[in-house]
Every structure is written in C-alpha cells, then in structure tokens.
Design a protein around this ligand. Structure first.
Ligand SMILES: [Zn+2]
Length: 319
C-alpha cells in the first residue's frame, strides 16, 4: 500500500513491488527488454543487489517447511514471467510497468478550467476532464469509434494485460457486435461515443439526446451494462450535450491530454510530455487509415509510456 507513494523514477515502482523475491526476474526483464539506452544497466543494478537476499530467503523458506501449492510470491513470479514473455512476443522494447493498486479513495473529478459550460456545477452536469488527479506515474488508454476489428489487438492486450477503455459509436460497432463482446469479456469497459458520431453542438437538444441516449440503449441491450462514461465525438460539446448525457445516466465526460497514432503522438500541452493521470486517446484503426496496425499503435504507445516510467492504469478504478 505505502509502496505506491514512493519514487517511481527509473522503474522504482516495479522493483519495490517485486521485492518479495521477484526482483530477480524483474531485473532480467529490464535488462533484456531494453534494446539500448544509458539507463539500462543502471536500472538493473539495484534489483541485482536484492537478488541475493531475496533468493536466499526464498530458498531457506522452501527447505524449512512443506511447500504450499502456489505462494503469492510464486504467483507474482509467474505473472511477471508471463509479462516478460508477452512483451518479447509483441516486440516491445521494455516490459510494461505494473500499474499501482487502484486508489482506496477515489479522486475528486472536476471539470478542467476552461472546459465548463454555463451552470455546469449548478446543474450537476458530468465533469469534462483530460487528466485524472493523481501523483502516481500512471496514464490511461482510451480507444474510440470502432472501425477496425483486429483479433490480434485483442490477443495482444490480453496477453500484455494492459487495461484500456473503449468509446464506441454504433454505426461502426454494429458491423460486428461480437468483436466488442469479446473485448468486454476480456475485462474492457465499453462506453458511449454516440450512435453516428455527429458534430453534436450543431444539433438540437432532442437530436443530441437521441444520439447519446440511443447509444446508451444499444450498449445496454447488446452488452448488458449502461455506460457511465461518454465522450463527445471530436471532443466537441455544448451545454445541451452534457444535459442530454446526464439525462440518460452518464456520470463522466472524459476527453484526453495526448493522442497516439501508429506513427506519432500529439499533445494538448505546451510541454509535449506525459503527466501523471493523463488520459491518452487512440482509435480503432488499421491499414485502411494508418500506415500500420492496431498492435503497431499499441507498441508505439507502450514503448513511450514505459520509457518515461509510467504504468497504464484502469480508468474505471479512479472514477
Ligand atoms: Zn470518435
């Protein structure tokens, strides 16, 4: 618990969390997952220091008593070696950092300055935000629309155990509801991105309501759950958008602080960098739109995030 408040620099989080005897593997993972870079050996060193102590402890523990079926250390070790293998299989430069545990106390989510509509708070409209308030080095991946339905992407995310949140638009999703059912079965929360992806501020309240609440109904009917999250297409909204969203059960309207494509990143902030709690946008797109595949996009995303010392968290854990 307390360990998450420690310094995350240079993968310290992972090393701290794995001190229970898994440090050996983590060190191997970092060393082998790091193709180049001056920080590689430096990162491996502290873990190597723990290797002896942890290894001896483990050996002593095992010989002194009957071996339990699967201790938590062994489970951790197995999980970590699965991570290492998956990272290698999918061509990542480094093994993704394990996300910190979900916060015991959820942060208070408020609308970002400058993103309010008239009477936003008075009307209790869903907050519009681009970052989750947290000091943890964690970012959140959100993927929009639903055009590309790449089975390799589902396999990759399941094997890497990287969480993400989907914002779906029915006109694309209806081509294959089953694909997104498999996504949901893998633990991904499916959220609302309207029926037809219109520019909402150009529509009347009633038509916006049909777009937003209609999609609430589709997701509930197809997937059994009414979304709590809604993202307006293109990030464009007005007061009617948020009123309509609220009317059919939406609690949050997350936007994004960075966008990752298959071949580049785009940033909202002047510093062109990641920040703790940032929400990252991408899209279900493949070779029709991009010079690459969904897995290529995920590789670009994870390589940057891991290199900067961030883990990928589950957005819903913070809401
Ligand atoms: Zn969209």
């Amino acid at each position: 618990m307390g360990l998450v408040r420690q310094n995350y620099k240079n993968g310290a989080l992972r090393l701290t969390r794995l001190r229970a005897g898994v440090a050996v593997l983590a060190a191997a993972a970092i060393a082998s997952g790091c193709a180049q870079g001056d920080r590689g050996p430096e990162r491996a060193r502290p873990a190597a220091g723990q290797e002896g102590a942890a290894g001896q402890e483990g050996a002593a523990g095992r010989s002194a008593q009957a071996r339990p079926p699967l201790s938590s250390a062994e489970r951790l070790r197995a999980e970590q070696s699965a991570r290492v293998a998956a990272a290698r299989k999918w061509g990542l430069r480094r093994v993704p950092l394990a996300a910190p545990p979900a916060p015991a106390k959820k942060p208070v989510i408020t609308t970002r300055d400058g993103f309010e509509v008239d009477d936003h708070e008075e009307l209790g409209l869903p907050p519009v935000f681009t970052t989750i308030p947290t000091k943890q080095k964690v970012v959140f991946l959100t993927i929009d629309d639903g055009a590309e339905k790449d089975p390799a992407f589902l396999r990759m995310m399941t094997e890497l155990k990287v969480p993400y949140t989907a914002f779906l638009s029915d006109y694309l999703v209806k081509e294959d509801y089953g694909y997104f059912k498999r996504m949901q079965d893998a633990g991904v929360v499916l959220n609302n991105h309207t029926l037809h992806h219109p520019y909402l501020p150009g529509l009347s309240y009633q038509r916006q309501k049909r777009e937003i609440c209609g999609m609430q109904d589709v997701i509930e009917k197809r997937y059994g759950k009414r979304p709590l999250l809604f993202r307006p297409p293109f990030g464009n909204y007005n007061r009617d958008t948020l009123r309509a969203a609220k009317a059919c059960g939406v609690k949050y309207a997350p936007l994004w602080d960075e966008e990752v494509f298959v071949d580049h990143w785009e940033y909202r902030e002047w510093d062109r960098d990641l920040h703790p709690g940032d929400i990252v946008l991408s899209h279900f797109r493949g070779r029709d739109d991009w010079k690459g595949t969904m897995p290529d996009m995920v590789r670009r995303f994870l390589n940057m995030v891991t290199e900067k010392g961030y883990a990928v968290g589950r957005l819903e854990d913070y809401l």
